[in-house]
Design a protein around this ligand. Sequence first.
Ligand SMILES: C=C1C[C@]23C[C@H]1CC[C@H]2[C@@]12CCC[C@@](C)(C(=O)O1)[C@H]2[C@@H]3C(=O)O
Ligand SMILES: O=C(O)CCC(=O)C(=O)O
Ligand SMILES: [Fe+2]
Length: 360
Amino acid sequence: MPSIKLSSDSNITSNPHKFLDLYSMTELPDTHAWTPQPDHHECKCNDESVPIIDLNKENATEVIGHACRTWGVFQIINHNISQKLVDEVELAGKRLFSLPMQQKLRAARPHDGISGYGVARISSFFPKLMWSEGFTILGSPLQHALQLWPQDYHKFCDTIEKYQKEMKKLANRVMWLMLGSLGITELEDLNWGGGGCAALQLNSYPACPDPDRAMGLAAHTDSTILTILQQSNISGLQVTREGTVGWITVPPHPGALVIHVGDLMHILSNGLYPSVLHRAVVNRTGHRLSVAYLYGPPSSVKISPLTKLVDNLHPPLYRPITWSEYLGTKAKHFDKALTSVRLCAPRNGFVEDHNSVKVG
Ligand SMILES: C=C1C[C@]23C[C@H]1CC[C@H]2[C@@]12CCC[C@@](C)(C(=O)O1)[C@H]2[C@@H]3C(=O)O
Ligand SMILES: O=C(O)CCC(=O)C(=O)O
Ligand SMILES: [Fe+2]
C-alpha cells in the first residue's frame, strides 16, 4: 500500500510526556479542564436524527446523496461487515489501551510521524488536553505490534489486517455510491489505479470524573474522502448540521457503522458534499472505544473538483492537492485548511466551508 506522509513543516507534534494515565484519575486535572459550555452534552431542541441507510435498498444511492448534501454524516446497515470482526477489533483496541503506559510509549508516534500511540494530533491547536488517547496504524500493523507485544503480536496483526481489508472494500463501495449520486459512474473520472490509501485510528476515552468539563476529541472535520467509524455501544459522537444550532448526538445503532464525509470529498464534489464537523464527548461511567477507518486517495493523486461538476456557472472552488499535501496544510491551518486551498469566493448555491470550530 502506498504510504502517506506529512510534510515536515507540520506544527502538530506528539508529546508523550504530556501524557497522564487517565485511567487512574479521580479528579479532572487543570490541564484537561475545558470551559464548560451550555450545549456540552446535547442540544435537546433537535428532533431530526442522523439518517440510517440500508445498503441493500434499491434507492441507497439517492438516499446517500441526500444525506451527503444535508448532513455530511449517516449510519449504514447491511454493510456486510460481520459483527464478529467488529467485536474483535474493539477487543484488540481494549487490549492495547489497557497495557501499562510505559509499554504503550514504546510505540509512541514520532515527532514528525503519523503512526503510533499519542495524544490527538490536533491537540496543539487547543489550550487544554483531551480526555483520550489514540493509536494510528498506516499499512501494516506489524512494527507496532512487535513493539507492544514482542512475543504475542500475531493476534493483533491478524485482526487489524482482516479489518483493513474489509474496510477498504466497504470504503470503496460507499465512495462509489456517493460519486454515483453525483452522476459520476465511470472510472476515468477518477484515475486511482489500485484503489485508495487509508489510516486506521483507534480512539480510547476512559471514564471521566468530570465529563461536563472534559473533551474527548475536539471539534474537527476529517481530512479524508470518507471515514468509516465504529463506535462501541457507548454514546459520545456529536455532529453539527448546517442551519441547526448546537450539537446533535449520533446514537450508537446496533450493527451500524457511521460514515463521515471528509474534506477531500468536499473538494471532489466542488462543495456540494460538505465535510461534517464532529467531536467526541466523554462520560462518567463507561470506557468508550471507537475505531475510524480514514479513507483517502493514493498519496500521489491530485484531488480537485470533478470535471463533470464544473462549468462556466460552476467554476472549480478548490485547487488540485494530494492527500499528503492536504494533511500538511491541515497540520498548519487546522480548521482553515479547506479555505486555504480555496480558489474563489463561494457563489450562490454553494455551501460555505466550515471554519468556525469552537475552542474551549
Ligand atoms: C490520515 C490522517 C487523518 C488524521 C491525520 C492522519 C492520521 C490520523 C487522523 C486523525 C484521527 C483522529 C482525528 C484527526 C483530526 C486527528 O487528529 O488524527 C484525524 C486526522 C485528520 O483527519 O485530519
Ligand atoms: O470517537 C468518535 O466517535 C469520533 C472519532 C473521530 O472523529 C476520529 O477518529 O476522527
Ligand atoms: Fe473525526
